[in-house]
Design a protein around this ligand. Structure first.
Ligand code: ADP
Ligand code: MG
Length: 734
């Protein structure tokens, strides 16, 4: 991947939790992870290998051991990212690692203990403190959403019915990238409000976790914060910067055992970690840099994090490890994963004046409400002035330059006076004897209506004011809305802490650079005075290089082993899926008629967006409505085409056994048989077995009703063939 000017790599930090009580009691071996904090190195010891085997060393942007404090990680590795988000960049922090290694501890921590609060609560503090301390010409709008991905379904944790609701869909726009259109987004005015969003979401997850085994370790939780900041630019116009922050607590990275799982359960198991394996593939493709195609579209998670990996965002990955020897393989996999992610290059840029900025919508809506309100108040004031001019108690000239408060006061006064006036007029009407009762009633009604109008208007103004105030209160203005409780000393302390963190970071970067340079310049520095010295120096170097070679060889071996393992697993999954496919084919071939199958196949289309097969509608879009077959005229108003005879039968109420089934019951006349007709009937019986027709015991009938109705039978009726046949019969019978 070509590095351009604004590109920067994904920051990867590793954190190892302390041994827990159970692991401590398990054996004396202690942890297998050692950390070199100053160099940002992790040294991993293989508990199964001999002592001669070299240990594995990995270098990262920062490492935190079991003694590290939440605050250290925040100040050193997260604070700069949140500062960038406040400046209008996109930022992502994701915690990756095996279940039980401290992902949730790092992201959320323990809320009640200020020392153990994780990245998310610290970020809340940071964002709102920043807003309260910024200049008063800045306006902020902070929004938060909380979602999770479980079995490739996106669920809105703010939605009370999220457990039963259908998964949300993803959309992509060139402006904002990938987003979830129907996701609830809560405007937050304070730390308390944003914490409430977090708590509601966490409770929803906790409920699901009690209902389902291993739920929380298999779902990905994404907390999204959008900070919009409006500020007048040098050109005098207001500019809006939008920073989006994704705080991601991933599902446990441990390998899911798929062996022995079949059918639906297998597909389920494959889906559980689909997002995570897709994430691995995306990281590999990006880190590799050679493969042009990055498989973002393979899973929901990778699509949502598309910008964070190789796109417009600053990203920090926190890889969490456990020090227990029994998890050596998983720990090594996590370290490799993290090591690969270091090579991903992002291109972050400030999001300036995007079209979808909500702040702009808020601002224009507030301006509109304000104009409306002012207009109403101005109108009331005008009316009051007119009243003052007309009335005897006019109190002379008023200020032409009216303050807003005065306008409001005037409006209220106007309403009060108007009410009093109407009341007085009503009294006058009641007391007027010269008016007729009807007339009085009418006038009183009119006054009543005028009072109603007045009240309605007042109510509307009050509603408008409330709406205006509610909207305005959602915007946070720098240095005003939030009272900053921190005193100067505390501020200084914070600044010092940040400075120390910065220094520590710089120092580590320099140490790492020096190490790299040391290796490179070793050759250049060496000048030898004697052959002996040269041999010694070269032997030393050879040993060093040999050790390195061994390390790399072991690495290659490990990677190969891992590939073989994952290939075997994939093959096994494939075999099981093929077997299941064969089973389904068998059912289709044997139990579904081929024409039905073809019909279904021709209607199916694959929706790549939703990753599902879908049925095309039976009636192709409105453009071709004429393709729909017309309903036969004899069927209008009935379930199916119906003969005239049956209609008549229905109205007559006769033969209700066959009425709805459209079967004619033919009663034939009892003519005294003669020999000629009997002989003809016998011939006929041979060609039309009479048994098939409902007959009386006598066996010979003539259809009275048929003779009467046969002309009115429509050719479109469904029993044309039957009528043709009976016509032939009756003709031959006579
Ligand atoms: P995960 O989310 O990765 O499954 P958790 O965050 O739930 O893991 O951590 C598992 C346990 O380990 C918790 O009891 C947590 O308190 C503890 N723990 C994790 N990391 C640390 C740490 N750095 N210091 C102290 N305890 C930790
Ligand atoms: Mg967790």
């Amino acid at each position: 991947m070509s590095k351009n000017k604004s590109s920067e790599s994904v920051k990867v930090v590793v954190r190892c939790r302390p041994l827990n009580r159970k692991e401590e009691s398990n054996g004396p071996s202690g942890g297998i992870v050692e950390m070199e904090l100053r160099l940002g190195q992790v040294i991993l010891r293989n508990p199964r290998a001999s002592h001669s085997e070299p240990q594995k060393t990995f270098t990262f942007d920062a490492v935190y051991d079991g003694n590290s404090k939440q605050r250290d990680l925040y100040d050193e590795s997260v604070r700069p990212l949140i500062d960038s988000v406040l400046a209008g960049f996109n930022g992502t922090i994701f915690a990756y690692g095996q279940t039980g290694t401290g992902k949730t501890y790092t992201m959320q921590g323990m809320w009640l203990d200020p020392e153990k609060r994780g990245v998310i609560p610290n970020a809340f503090d940071h964002i709102f403190t920043h807003i309260s301390r910024s200049q008063s010409d800045k306006q902020y709008l902070v929004r938060a959403s909380y979602l999770e991905i479980y079995r490739e379904e996106i669920r809105d944790l703010m939605d009370p019915n999220h457990a039963t609701a259908r998964g949300l869909e993803l959309r992509e726009s060139p402006e904002t990238g990938v987003y979830v259109p129907d996701l609830t987004s809560c405007v937050c005015k304070s730390i308390k409000e944003i914490e409430e969003v977090m708590n509601v979401g966490n409770q929803a997850r906790a409920v699901a976790a009690t209902d389902m085994n291993e739920y929380s370790s298999r779902s990905h939780a994404l907390f999204l914060i959008t900070v919009e900041c409006g500020q007048p630019g040098p050109d005098g116009r207001k500019h809006i910067r939008v920073g989006r922050l994704n705080l991601v607590d991933l599902a446990g990275s441990e390998r899911q055992a798929k062996t022995g799982v079949q059918g639906e359960r297998l597909k389920e198991a494959a889906k559980i970690n689909l997002s995570l394996s897709a994430l691995g593939n995306v990281i590999s493709a990006l880190a590799d840099g050679r493969s042009g195609h990055v498989p973002y579209r393979d899973s929901k998670l990778t699509r949502l994090l598309q910008d964070s990996l190789g796109g417009n965002a600053k990203t920090v990955m926190v890889a969490t490890l456990g020090p227990a020897p029994q998890h050596y393989d998983e720990t090594l996999t996590t370290l490799r994963y993290a090591n690969r992610a270091k090579n991903i290059q992002n291109q972050p840029r400030v999001n300036e004046d995007p079209k979808d900025a909500l702040l702009r919508e808020f601002q224009s809506e507030i301006a509109r409400l304000r104009a409306q309100l002012n207009h109403r108040k101005w109108r009331s004031k005008q009316k009051k002035e007119r009243l003052d001019d007309d009335g005897s108690d006019a109190d002379g000239d008023e200020d032409t330059e009216c303050e807003e408060e005065e306008v409001e006061k005037n409006a209220e006064e106007y309403v009060k006076r108007e009410e009093q006036r109407l009341e007085r007029e009503k009294e006058a009407i009641r007391g007027d004897r010269s008016l007729l009762a009807d007339e009085k009633q009418r006038l009183l009604g009119e006054k009543e209506r005028m009072m109603g109008d007045l009240r309605k208007e007042q109510e509307a103004t009050e509603q408008l004011t409330a709406k205006y105030k509610a909207m305005e209160s959602k915007l946070l203005v720098g240095g005003k809305n939030i009272i900053d409780h921190t005193n100067e000393q505390q501020k200084m302390l914070e600044m010092k802490r940040q400075e120390i963190a910065e220094q520590f970071r710089n120092e580590r970067e320099m140490q790492q650079q020096m190490m790299v340079q040391d290796d490179e310049t070793l050759e250049l520095r060496d000048t030898f005075t004697s052959l002996q010295q040269e041999v010694e120096a070269k032997t030393k170097k050879l040993k060093k290089l040999y050790a390195k070679l061994q390390c790399i060889k072991a690495e290659i071996q490990d990677v190969n082993d891992e590939h073989v393992r994952s290939r075997q697993e994939l093959e096994q999954t494939q075999n099981e899926l093929t077997r299941e496919l064969k089973f389904k084919y068998l059912i289709i071939e044997n139990f579904i008629p081929p024409e039905e199958k073809n019909k279904i196949m021709s209607r199916m289309t694959f929706d790549a967006e939703e990753d599902q097969w879908k049925f095309q509608p039976l009636v192709p879009a409105e453009s071709k409505p004429q393709q729909m077959k017309k309903r036969p005229t004899s069927a209008v108003g009935y379930k199916r085409p119906i003969s005239q005879y049956a209609r008549v039968a229905i109205t007559m109420g006769a033969n209700n056994r066959f009425r709805a089934e459209n079967i004619m019951f033919l009663e034939l006349d009892m003519n005294p048989p003669n020999t000629a007709s009997l002989a003809r009937l016998r011939d006929l019986n041979q060609s039309f077995p009479v048994d098939n027709f409902p007959t009386n015991d006598s066996g010979v009938h003539k259809s009275n009703s048929w003779c009467q109705n046969q002309k009115s039978l429509t050719p479109s009726s469904s029993n044309v063939s039957l009528s043709a046949c009976t016509t032939a019969m009756s003709a031959s019978a006579q």
